[in-house]
Design a protein around this ligand. Structure first.
Ligand code: AGP
Length: 609
């Protein structure tokens, strides 16, 4: 959701900024722009639409010799996607250019104040006011000007600023929005995320909330909100550029689907000692599990769907009540949570605004908070009391696949450890289930062999307008993720239903030709689900049945197509049944001509409420 880049060094800034912006495309955007310090003056080039339009404009209006500049991809929140609303925004005197991610909540108030002070507001955005404020406060020191500027702001932001009055430097800050500084040799960058800096350097600094950095080709100076110098910690990216490239696949999503065995293996293996989960170092002690009153899981989208599986698995194995709640609702429902409770937040990016707000609410009420996070050093990772990283590597496609699978793996380990600590699982039972967990990467590999079958099924059903996913128990939670995958990348309406709930209303929507995808991988519930399938078949639905039950055959009374997945304990089955669902969504999206990796209206990292 919006992307910021900035560069200062010896290279020409335009290609570096464009390359950085391309790497942030996955975040979702509808316009793009750059601002350059070109021979003592600001040049701003911006446009609605894709970065390639911007690249074309820079070609037409160039060449540019600037070696310092900022760039932005905008995901519209305030004001339509348009050339004028695109970032960078320029101050009234034309000497300050600014890029902003986040939302300035009091921008209307600030607009009125600025109008009274004689400024003309050019755009519908909340961001433009920040450029004017910076101009108002600039007295020859960019850091001081930014420090004074942010005192006026309510809301969330990552900001990058250049000014013609202080060439060859950029200044940046953040609050509740990600921003990193890439540290090179004689050149430095700022960016919203690591892939944007990788062509230049693997070394980076994560700016903390309210810190301000002044960046030149030769160095980075960081100060806190009071102006006290801070010694920044330089970290090194552990994965290489290739991990964030398509590597021969047509889309990142397909590459990431096929990376799932590795993501799950890398998440599980380092945490198994003598065949049992060891989570103490990550903040999850046996004592904590023994004494916990309730566990609250909160997250958004697919991360919440992983949490819903986690709820079932933890409750079944550890017999402790687990509430799983949408993060955007969590803080507004005055949750009953306190020091006796454990809160688990789940997030691929670690920057989702609603999830961070829920994390803070849980901490404020005294609960211990553990984050299951994929992006190292992200806000959730830093703010939680403990972190369990999902070692899925960079996930670029907006639709998550491998991070979701890695989240499931982390939750299984928590469930087993909690069960052992609470005495609801014997050591032998824990060893047995862990052996199955350790075997999941190989079983996911086996499951991926259904690729051709799912491509064929997609070709049969890609034109359907509405699809229902049904299942019971963990199959139902897997259905929720399957349905989200399909709708977000193929724009096909779909719903996930507990199979037994259909007859309470939704079955009236089933008519001849409606596609119903049924998941039946919980042995104890297969027969019940089959009865529900028969009810939709009797009303003319076409049924794809995903099952690990060898007794079920492709039988016209039960299903039109049978997709077989490997057998595993019921609580782990979402890890396998989701794979054909991801592939189905992928191929339907391709066949409908959708933008698989960057679906319309969506952002990879949702950093606004
Ligand atoms: C899933 O495919 C999504 N695009 C979305 O639901 C995502 O899972 C959600 O926005 C949460 O993101 P996070 O994991 O980065 O917090």
């Amino acid at each position: 959701m919006c992307g910021i880049v900035g560069y200062v060094g010896a290279k020409q800034a335009v290609p570096v900024l464009l390359q950085g912006l391309y790497k942030l495309e996955y975040r979702g955007y509808d316009s793009a722009g750059v601002a350059l310090l070109e021979q003592g003056a600001l040049r701003v080039i911006k446009t609605r639409g894709r970065i390639k339009n911007l690249e074309e404009l820079t070609r037409q209006q160039g060449p540019f010799s600037a070696t310092c500049g900022i760039g932005h991809t905008r995901w519209a929140t305030h004001g339509e996607p348009s050339d004028i609303n695109a970032h960078p925004h320029v101050s009234g005197n034309g000497r300050v250019a600014l890029v902003h991610n986040g939302i300035i909540e009091n921008y209307l108030e600030l607009r009125e104040m600025l109008k009274k002070a004689g400024f003309t507001i050019q755009t519908q955005t909340d961001s433009e006011v920040v450029a004017h404020l910076f101009q108002m406060h600039y007295r020859g020191d960019v850091v001081q000007a930014l420090r004074e500027t942010v005192k006026h702001l309510r809301g969330s932001y990552a900001l990058g600023v250049i000014t013609a009055d202080a060439p060859d430097q950029l200044v940046c800050t953040r609050r509740d929005n990600p921003l990193i500084i890439g540290v090179g040799e004689g050149e430095n960058m700022i960016a919203s995320d690591i892939p944007a800096i990788l062509a230049l350097t693997k070394r980076y600094i994560v700016l903390s909330d309210n810190q301000i950095a002044r960046i030149t080709a030769g160095g980075v100076e960081v100060t806190d909100e009071l102006g006290t110098p801070v010694e920044p910690r330089v970290e090194t990216v552990t994965w290489d550029v290739a991990a964030a490239e398509k590597g021969g696949y047509e889309h990142f999503m397909m590459k990431e689907i096929f990376e799932q065995p590795k993501a799950v293996r890398d998440t599980i293996a380092p945490r198994l000692r003598d065949g049992l989960p060891a989570l103490e170092e990550e903040g999850l002690s046996d004592e904590l599990f023994r004494n916990v009153r309730n566990i609250h899981i909160t997250a958004c989208g697919s991360a919440l769907h992983a949490g819903l599986v986690g709820k079932q698995v933890i409750e079944r194995l550890a017999r402790v009540p687990v509430m799983a709640q949408v993060a955007s609702e969590f803080r507004y429902c005055d949750p009953i949570i306190g020091p006796e409770d454990l809160c688990i937040v789940i997030s691929q990016s670690g920057e989702t605004a609603d999830t961070l707000a829920a994390l803070r609410e849980a901490k404020r009420k005294g609960a211990k908070v553990i984050a299951i996070v994929n992006v190292v050093s992200s806000s959730a990772a830093r703010e939680a009391d403990g972190v369990l990283y999902t070692w899925a590597g960079p996930e670029i496609a907006v639709a998550t696949t491998k991070a979701y699978s890695a989240q499931l793996a982390a939750l299984y380990l928590i469930a087993v450890r909690a069960g052992m600590a609470r005495g609801t699982l014997s050591r032998q039972q824990a060893l047995d289930i862990c052996a199955h967990i350790a075997g999941l990467p190989r079983q996911i590999e086996e499951t991926l062999a259904c690729r051709a079958q799912m491509q064929h099924l997609a070709s049969l059903y890609a034109n359907r307008h509405s699809v229902f996913f049904i299942g019971r128990g963990t199959d139902h939670t897997a259905c929720q993720e399957a349905s989200l995958k399909l709708k977000e990348i193929s724009y096909v309406h779909s719903e996930a239903y507990a199979a037994g709930e259909l007859k309470h209303g939704t079955i009236s929507l089933i008519e001849p030709g409606t596609l119903v995808v049924a998941l039946a991988c919980e042995p104890a519930l297969v027969e019940k689900t089959v009865s529900n399938i028969k009810a939709v078949k009797a009303r003319g639905a076409s049924v794809i049945l995903v099952t690990n039950d060898d007794a079920l055959r492709e039988d016209p009374e039960i299903c039109d197509h049978l997709v077989r997945v490997p057998r595993c304990p019921a609580v782990l089955s979402p890890s396998l049944s989701i794979v054909p669902m991801q592939l189905l969504a992928y191929y339907v999206s391709v066949m409908r001509g959708c933008d698989v990796d960057k679906p319309r209206n969506l952002a990879k990292s949702v950093t606004v409420e």
